[in-house]
Ligand binder design. Structure first.
Ligand code: SME
Length: 189
């Protein structure tokens, strides 16, 4: 294994000119106003292209949260919670890559919309979060929520969570679209 270079100085280096490197990842031609089925089909194609060659799950979750945030209208949060461990060694959701306001870091499996999706393995489409028992209000603006579990080898390994300030923002087409996204990502995060 290569030896790490020792850090000898903390000098600030100002690059003299912009580099010409550009990953070319921001040029998806997706119309957020397209009918939902077409929009989710475009998002799936883009998500496939973004994640196909990359084995790092954190990088892939970061890019997918940015993709959903950029092209799905009416969101105030889009991101991931991963299955992790609590201090007693039990299962618990832990905040992953996301877009939106800073959010709750840990969610027990019996709490909130995310916990329900993780513990049941079923998509949760909530028209009115205030009517959902145990809803966790990370952002007071949220009114509706859609959470899809990501299942690998029969176990929930993460959830994708979308929040909206619009009541009843999500419907069956959103649920089907996010479910397809969750299935695509099962082996890529
Ligand atoms: N509202 C979620 C918590 C996560 S945030 O919305 C980002 C819930 O009830 O599980």
């Amino acid at each position: 294994m290569a030896k790490r270079n020792a850090v000898r100085s903390r000098k600030i280096v100002v690059n003299p000119a912009p580099t010409d490197y550009h990953g070319g990842m921001d040029n998806f031609d997706i119309d957020p106003t397209a009918p939902k089925a077409a929009l989710y089909a475009e998002l799936l194609t883009a998500a496939d292209a973004l994640t196909a060659g990359e084995p790092d799950g954190t990088a892939n979750m970061a890019n997918i949260s940015a993709l959903l945030w950029q092209f799905l209208p009416g969101l105030n949060w889009a991101g991931f919670y991963r299955m992790g461990r609590n201090s007693a060694g039990g299962d618990e959701l832990i905040l992953g890559p996301f877009q939106g306001k800073a959010a709750c870091i840990r969610i027990p499996l019996n709490k909130g919309v995310c916990g329900m999706a993780a513990s049941t393995g079923e998509i949760q489409c909530v028209d009115d979060v205030h009517a959902f028992p145990g809803h966790i209000a990370c952002d007071a603006d949220s009114r509706s929520e859609l959470v899809a579990p990501i299942v690998r080898d029969g176990a929930v390994i993460a959830v994708i969570d979308l929040d909206s300030p619009i009541p009843s923002r999500f419907d069956r087409e959103d649920s089907a679209g996010l479910d397809a996204m969750a299935r695509l990502l099962a082996k890529r995060i």
